[in-house]
Design a binder for this molecule. Structure first.
Ligand code: BGC
Length: 492
């Protein structure tokens, strides 16, 4: 189908079977931080240490209370009519010290049963209500015990993650058919291991993100192969990794330097993970040469970006069954020359300033989010063209409000509506193979260092009220209509 803006259809009906979902993550919603034998994770430790690193030193000890209020979450899911619910497993709720060895030593210990039962109930309830679970194995909440041994900076984590993944596939894979190994490895590598703003909170400028990224990619690929060789035949599911990506435009579209800068940012933000996994097992060439050259100038014996062995490249290449992407915002890239004093920073490695366009509305609640719905269409087209037209799932997209957040969030819904229009164009005009869209998030929740001040939920939660009531925003009602109509009906 082709249409100009004047012949734009009044009703935007999505392809039959298109998935409409919403997402959450264990640490952000569950609470019950030490309930029933759950082990501590890095965010428990980080928030309990205080130090003003999180808004008002808030913690997610209770958060949305989903550990005990799952039935309330289910009501929201049913009210919306979601086809998919994307949530994550708390690794240390299932395996308190992160290792399967620990659990196995205790046999059928009480602790293990508690964690498993909680997720079994969620999965069974979802399926009983016709909702497809999309399960993330790990969303930023590494068991503290594993962090104490070096976390994602050490190669040893690869085996441990694989064992955890196999444990999950074996325990839940008879019912779970869509798996995501790791949520936003790029955000994790940058915010946690490079900048130290996220737990565990230790900055490692210039090296931390690359080391973490390297081990995350290896761990993901190993887990994918375990699924492929041990579980796929019987369980018939699919496994991928969820990559965060902004869309990047050159600041000056006619400047070759800015065009190249935009490519470098995409290489760092998305291709650093996507190229090895979806194309050839290796990092983007442009990034390898830039980081190698800068590392040399800095006197490092080798590039700060590690290298995969040939065997690892073979393992990593093709280790995903669909492309899961999470989009929030767009930036303009402006080339700048690196200067000596700016060395040892991953963001400086790419010699680029990232700017918003002054016309883009900025979210008051999360200052990094400039609202640019058309960016999602461009990103989807980029993925189609760069990664051989894969099946794409958007596993997160959203816009926060500040606190207090009005239940009538008309302006926010307008962003969602524009975004959904852009998805429609991506499918119908650009022929992108998009099959699922998930809103971040089902509930207002603990927004990492912004605590409860940034509200992404389709449902409002009053965190001061001990019963943590879930109340729909206008956006929830509107999203329910979209889902019911499989698209937008009525005047655009
Ligand atoms: C993360 C979520 C987070 C959301 C909004 C994503 O980067 O996966 O955990 O809450 O963005 O910041």
């Amino acid at each position: 189908m082709a249409f100009s803006s004047s012949s734009y259809p009044e009703e935007l009906t999505f392809p039959e079977g298109f998935g409409w979902g919403a997402s959450t993550a264990a640490y952000q919603v569950e609470g019950g931080w030490d309930a029933d034998g759950k082990g501590p994770n890095v965010w428990d430790t980080f928030t309990h240490q205080g130090g003003d690193r999180v808004f008002r030193n808030q913690t997610a000890d209770v958060a949305c209370g989903s550990y005990t209020l799952w039935e309330e979450d289910l009501k929201c899911i049913k009210q919306l009519g979601l086809t998919h619910y994307r949530f994550s497993l708390s690794w240390s709720r299932l395996l308190p010290d992160g290792t399967t060895g620990f659990i196995n030593q205790k046999g059928n210990c009480f602790l293990k049963i508690e964690g498993i039962d909680y997720y079994n109930k969620m999965i069974n309830d979802l399926l009983a209500n016709g909702v497809i679970p999309v399960v993330v194995l790990y969303h930023f909440d590494l068991p503290q015990h594993l962090e104490d041994q070096g976390g994602w900076k050490t190669e040893a984590i690869v085996e441990v993650f694989d064992a955890y993944a196999q444990f999950c596939f074996g325990t839940f894979g008879d019912r779970v058919k869509l798996w995501i190994t790791i949520n936003e490895p790029n955000t994790l590598a940058l915010c946690a291991y490079e900048l130290g703003k996220f737990a565990p909170g230790v900055p490692n400028p210039g090296t931390g993100a690359y080391q973490a990224a390297h081990n995350i990619i290896r761990a993901h690929a190993k887990a994918w192969h375990s699924y492929d060789s041990l579980f796929r035949k019987k369980q018939n599911g699919q496994v991928s990794i969820a990559l965060f990506s902004p869309w990047i435009e050159p600041a000056n579209p006619t400047s070759l330097a800015d065009q190249k800068a935009a490519k470098r940012v995409m290489a760092l933000a998305l291709d650093l993970f996507a190229k090895p996994i979806f194309i050839d097992g290796d990092y983007p060439t442009v990034l390898k040469s830039w980081v190698a050259a800068i590392s040399k100038k800095q006197g490092y014996p080798s590039s700060r970006l590690p290298e995969f062995t040939e065997e690892e490249k073979r393992m990593i290449k093709g280790s995903a069954d669909f492309f899961a992407v999470q989009y929030y915002t767009t930036r303009l890239a402006k080339h700048h020359e690196n200067s000596e004093e700016e060395l040892k920073s991953l963001l400086k490695d790419i010699g680029t300033d990232l700017l918003p366009d002054p016309s883009w509305p900025c979210s008051q609640a999360s200052s990094w989010i400039y609202v640019v719905p058309w960016g999602i269409r461009k990103l989807l087209k980029y993925i189609k063209d760069t990664y051989n037209n894969p099946v794409i799932y958007i596993t997160e997209n959203g816009f926060p409000q500040g606190d207090p957040a009005p239940l009538d969030d008309t302006q926010r819904w307008e962003y969602f509506r524009q975004t959904i229009q852009e998805l429609y164009k991506a499918i119908h005009l650009d022929k992108v193979n998009l099959q699922l869209y998930c809103v971040w998030s089902l509930l207002d929740n603990f927004e990492w260092i912004e605590g409860f001040s940034s509200r992404f939920g389709l449902y409002h939660i009053d965190f001061e009220n001990p019963t943590l009531p879930r109340v729909p925003y206008k956006s929830a009602m509107e999203y329910a209509k979209i889902i019911q109509n499989n698209g937008i009906k009525g005047p655009l």
